[in-house]
Design a protein around this ligand. Structure first.
Ligand code: GRF
Length: 223
């Protein structure tokens, strides 16, 4: 990971206004792309936050690597979905490069993105993980943390680097696990956290500068 100090700003409305298109929406509204592989509840929560004018962004498209319920959600929302052709990572990279979104949001996208793609777009690709990293990285983190008997559970929103769930952390939120929770209750609480915070992080990333120094993320306008 980068050992130096970098300051970033993912969206500059003053620059996007120079490329005026015939869109009816303001050009100062940034595009994001969402990638999913399954249910798509996080995709839905982000789309809902946009509809409710809480998140100021436009979803250029949903990218999926296989047929899944997220595609149906996109259809119902009137959002284009793109099913990646093989090799998926080439198509993924080409699609992202063509659209040029301010942020690429992984929301249950069950693929490891090759390092050259991650590096090309760093730090625009972000991910949400249903555990408090670095605990329980990889697949089935919800089940693993519940079975392990954690007393504090939570979510991690992080930049994607070339490792598995190893990128710099943007935000973590924790909850106390109650003794009477079963796996389903546990999952519901974690998803509720995800749906509450993912769009907020996206919104802030689109409006505030930030720095990453020795993997430590910090909003740029904070002391
Ligand atoms: C979420 O739990 C997310 O943290 C993980 O994959 C799950 C996706 O759920 N990366 P959904 O498809 O958004 O409902």
């Amino acid at each position: 990971m980068r050992g130096e100090w970098y300051m970033y700003r993912l969206f500059r409305p003053e620059l996007s206004d120079m490329n005026l298109s015939s869109s009816s929406t303001s050009n100062s509204t940034p595009y994001i792309v969402i990638a999913a592989s399954g249910n798509g509840s996080n995709f839905q929560a982000i789309a809902d936050a946009i509809s409710n004018e809480k998140l100021h962004a436009r979803i250029a498209c949903l990218i999926v690597d296989k047929p899944c319920y997220a595609i149906e959600r996109a259809h119902m929302l009137g959002i284009e979905s793109i099913l990646l052709e093989r090799p998926w990572h080439k198509h993924f990279e080409e699609t992202i490069a063509r659209i040029g979104p301010a942020v690429i949001v992984l929301a249950g996208f069950m693929r490891i993105i090759p390092s050259h793609v991650v590096e090309r777009f760093f730090p625009r690709i972000i991910n949400i993980h249903p555990a408090l990293l670095p605990a329980f990285p990889g697949k089935n983190a919800l089940e693993q943390s519940f079975e392990y008997g954690v007393k504090i559970a939570g979510i991690t929103i992080h930049f994607v680097d070339s490792g598995v769930d190893t990128g710099p952390i943007i935000l973590q939120k924790a909850i106390e696990v109650k003794d009477n929770w079963n796996l389903e209750t546990f999952e519901n609480h974690i998803h509720e956290l995800e749906h509450r915070y993912y769009w907020q992080v996206i919104d802030t990333l689109l409006t505030r500068p930030f720095s990453i120094e020795n993997r430590k993320f910090k909003w740029g306008d904070e002391e």
